[in-house]
Ligand binder design. Structure first.
Ligand SMILES: [Zn+2]
Ligand SMILES: [Zn+2]
Length: 782
């Protein structure tokens, strides 16, 4: 107190006061403290700022007016990737601080940790990379407090360089100066690097090994130009890259991966080049350029247009039409996945190559993307002609996120690099920390405690040693990073899932959640858990309460209280799991179920029919996803696919016309459930008087009408204000949009998932929401 008297003599005229703030939100690793420092300097405040494991604590002394202004600007002028919130403000005693300083991190007993995702390259860094006079000219690992990797390089918190995979790169004197200068954009930019001290590229092919970033990059571009496939290590893992206009190169990539038909993403140098190939909505354009830099599925143009010639005032002669992309990039589909460069390496690559690049995950089918140099070299050796490695370790994988416009909004199909760990708030506080291990395909896991739920990036499909290893690592890492130990496991009710068996082996209490309850609760958890819903949970298959495979279910109620009220007519599915890749199996099942012959002669059909008759490996299923497979087969579009969902994607792509509704019967069964009968569709789908496109359109229109009919019927018995559409089937934009239109016409409010994918990636969060309410219910019962 004595100090304050001597230090504040110059301000005798204006009364001074002291305030402290706790700032929460995204304030770690985004340059927030330097921003606070500069702001305090500008406003002539004394005091300090420091990290408190995830939160930022600020104390400042000055006039009330300056402090008010400071508090306002803290939020209003914060760095664009920071999302600060003032948790609380306290007026404290003046202690006569002099100057303003950034203090060392303080340990705290109640950390509120936010692990930042990986950020795209900021404009400042990008201009340095392109500036021949800058010391970071052409340097592929340039970053600052506003950009660069985070989630994929943080080993543990607090977020300091020593706790990242940059610990092995001692700073050079120039970088150290920037790192220590509070007024520099790189002040405490933990991954800061430059050509003198940071990571480097390494190019390897059969003939040579190049340990120089610039020469290695040049060799990569030459290899790509000659039609080679290069495995390139990026931010969250490897990509397999080839020239997108070179049909031979694309065919080679497909044959080697093998990935005969699944669509491939294409990276373009800039928005103008994207525009030449696809039609973007305003929302898609915004999303494509957002810091997340996701893959966006966008509508192909029939022929590539001249590149933005009008805006540039160029004539048609100067701007010839762009060469076509290889047709095999997204065969028989109307959309392609496009993305923009998000790291300096990708910018440099796109710029030097000068044409679009196929950029697909460097993994083996369904597995998590590869991250380790040696493992990638070994496991991608049969696919890649060359490798572009770098020596910055990737601590854990994060694949590119994928979005698609469905029912008027871009919605995620996959979460990953740039948007995860994704944090959602829970509607109530959990009594104990839980870990939800999700389902089996398109896996994510969710760690939840208090009122917070943190969802991992896309892990992939379970069933391989690598996916199991990454699954375990992500679970261990999330708990370590957030300093939370789960006290209960949540898993799918399917006893055969690897994730379920793992959860049961953890010597913790386990709560099983029905697959479709989790789907329904995930959607309710995004918007409202307090009102009653009618949820259409349509997907490929998941274990149902009655021991059959569900997937065409309508659930009434709210989290913890779902009641199955309607379904699609169940049928026996020969070959069980095989049906997802062999649409003919679903088609044959529908025919046999209704006493028809199946008209095609597929390999294995006799065996399948015998098995079907004897009920061997022919689970009963009501899955809508299998109806789409059957439609693909009955229309002659696809009998045997190379990936799950291929039949449904193709039949959707064909449905571009207005459809005619085939009336499907809706009847009440003795078990109290309403059931829609798909039988009238069988003959219609095989009607050769109609074009395949017309049949595909009619199929969608009929199912959308079935959704409306069920909703209208159920509304007469139950009270619900909203109808939800969720489950992987609603990745089908045609169906989703027709269903929304039908439901709106009948006066219903409709919701689809927005924050999380409607597919099984949402299951982990749904398990948390479901368990939150089930436990509440059992708590009340005691
Ligand atoms: Zn930057
Ligand atoms: Zn340096």
């Amino acid at each position: 107190m004595l100090d304050s008297v001597s230090d504040t003599q110059e301000t005798a005229s204006t009364p001074r006061e002291a305030r402290c703030w706790m700032i929460t939100g995204h304030v770690q690793g985004v340059g927030f403290r330097p921003f606070v420092y500069r702001l305090a300097q500008e406003l002539g405040l004394n005091g300090w700022v420091r990290n408190r494991l995830g939160e930022v604590e600020i104390c400042a002394e000055g006039t009330a007016e300056a402090l008010d202004r400071f508090a306002h600007e803290l939020i209003a002028s914060a760095p664009s990737i920071a999302r600060p919130q003032i948790e609380n403000t306290a007026i404290v005693a003046l202690t006569g601080l002099s100057g303003f300083e950034i203090r060392a991190s303080a340990p705290t007993e109640t950390p509120r940790i936010h692990v930042p995702p990986d950020y795209f390259t900021c404009p400042d860094c990008l201009s340095e990379v392109g500036d021949t006079q800058d010391r970071r000219y052409g340097y592929p690992f340039t970053n600052c407090t506003q950009c660069g990797p985070r989630y994929t390089l943080i080993e543990q918190l607090p977020y300091d360089r020593a706790n990242t995979s940059m610990a092995g790169f001692p700073l050079c004197p120039d970088c150290r100066r920037e790192y220590r200068d509070p007024l520099n954009r790189r002040f405490h930019a933990e991954p800061v690097a430059c050509p003198a001290c940071g990571p480097q590229l390494e190019y390897i092919d059969q003939d040579k090994r190049i340990n120089s970033s610039s020469v290695g990059l040049h060799a990569t571009v030459t290899a790509l130009q000659s039609g080679k496939i290069v495995a390139i290590k990026g931010v969250g893992g490897y990509h397999l890259v080839c020239a997108a206009q070179n049909a031979t190169a694309v065919a080679k990539l497909r044959a080697r991966k093998p990935r005969p038909e699944k669509p491939l993403a294409v990276m373009f140098a800039d928005l103008d080049s994207v525009d030449a190939y696809v039609d973007l909505t305003e929302d898609e354009r915004t999303l494509l350029c957002s810091p997340m830099r996701p893959i966006v599925l966008a509508r192909k143009r029939a022929t590539p247009s001249p590149q933005a010639s009008n805006q540039r005032g160029a004539t048609a002669d100067e701007q010839p039409a762009q060469p076509e992309l290889a047709p095999s990039i997204a065969p028989q589909l109307n959309e392609i996945g496009v993305l923009l460069p998000y790291s300096p390496l990708h910018h440099l690559l796109c710029r030097s190559f000068g044409a679009p690049l196929v950029v697909t995950s460097g993994n083996l089918s369904g597995e998590p993307v590869l991250t380790d140099n040696r493992e990638a070299s070994a496991r991608l050796a049969h696919i890649a002609d060359a490798f572009l490695h770098h020596d910055r370790p990737i601590v854990r994988p994060a694949d590119d996120p994928v979005f698609r416009t469905i029912a008027g909004k871009p919605r995620p199909l996959r979460l990953g690099r740039g948007c995860t760990p994704l944090e959602l708030s829970l509607p109530h506080v959990l009594k104990q920390p839980v870990l939800a291990v999700g389902g089996h395909l398109k896996l994510t896991v969710c760690l939840a405690w208090g009122d917070r739920a943190v969802i991992s990036p896309h892990i992939g499909d379970m069933g391989t040693p690598r996916s199991l290893a990454v699954f375990k690592q992500v679970i261990a890492d999330l708990q370590k990073l957030y300093d939370i130990r789960a006290e209960r496991m949540l898993c799918d009710a399917h006893t055969g899932y690897t994730t379920t068996r793992w959860a049961q082996s953890q010597s913790l209490p386990v709560t099983k959640v029905w697959h479709h309850h989790a789907h329904a609760s995930a959607l309710a958890g995004e918007s409202s858990c307090d009102e009653d819903w009618l949820m259409f949970t349509w997907d490929g298959t998941g274990a149902g309460e009655d021991g059959t495979l569900w997937g065409g279910e309508s659930l009434y109620g709210k989290p913890g209280h779902w009641q199955r009220v309607a379904r699609l007519r169940p049928f026996l599915l020969p070959g069980g799991d095989k049906a997802g890749r062999e649409p003919w199996r679903s088609a044959a099942a529908l025919c046999w179920e209704t006493g028809r012959d199946f008209p095609l002669d597929e390999v294995g059909i006799d065996l399948a029919q015998q098995a079907w008759c004897k009920r061997i490996n022919t689970p009963q299923s009501s899955a809508a996803g299998r109806l789409f497979d059957a439609a693909a087969s009955l229309t002659g579009v696809l009998q045997k696919g190379s990936f799950e969902g291929q039949g449904p994607m193709m039949i959707e792509a064909l449905a571009t016309l207005p459809g005619n509704v085939v009336e499907l019967g809706l009847a009440l069964y003795e078990d109290g459930l309403w059931q829609t009968d798909w039988a009238p569709l069988i003959a219609h789908l095989q009607n050769r008087q109609l074009t395949v496109a017309q049949r595909a359109a009619d199929f969608h229109a009929s199912l959308a009408r079935c959704i409306r009919q069920q909703a209208e019927q159920l509304a007469s018995q139950h009270h619900f204000t909203r109808v939800g559409l969720t489950g992987g089937v609603f990745q089908n934009a045609v169906l989703a949009e027709l269903a929304v239109a039908e439901l709106n016409a009948a006066g219903f409010q409709v919701a689809l998932p927005e924050r999380l994918p409607c597919n099984d990636a949402g299951i982990s969060f749904g398990q948390v929401i479901e368990a939150l309410h089930v436990r509440e219910k059992s708590g009340r019962a005691h």
